[in-house]
Unconditional design. Structure first.
Length: 124
């Protein structure tokens, strides 16, 4: 009889262990479900962004007329240098335009003074 009592107690203890573990396992399962869902969302965003980047590079290579991504930095550097040169040229043109406008105003003032002087001499 002593053996059966120990066996029945072992079964009861095993049942208690399982029943005690069920809430913990459910909590762990819910935790892993949340973790997997969040990782899935992150992965979907990563795939979307990487697809967007690939499409952007493809458009750039098509627009710039090159076949490889490796040549993009050199082409873009050359474009930046050209843009800098164009900006400097435009700046010089604007400065020259300002100088010419100032000269024009000065000549207009001289013409006005001469007209006043000429008109005052004619009427005297």
């Amino acid at each position: 009889m002593g053996v059966k009592k120990e066996d029945s107690e072992a079964v009861l203890m095993a049942d208690e262990d399982i029943s005690d573990r069920a809430p913990i396992l459910e909590a762990l399962i819910e935790k892993w479900k949340f973790f997997i869902k969040s990782k899935k969302i992150m992965l979907e965003k990563y795939i979307k962004n990487s697809t967007s980047i690939v499409e952007s590079f493809e458009k750039m290579t098509k627009y710039l007329g090159t076949d490889s991504y490796e040549s993009l930095p050199f082409i873009l550097e050359k474009m930046e240098t050209q843009m800098s040169s164009i900006e400097m040229f435009i700046s010089k043109l604007n400065n020259e335009q300002d100088i010419l406008e100032d000269e024009k105003k000065a000549y207009e003032e001289k013409i006005r003074v001469l007209k006043v002087f000429y008109n005052s001499k004619l009427f005297k």
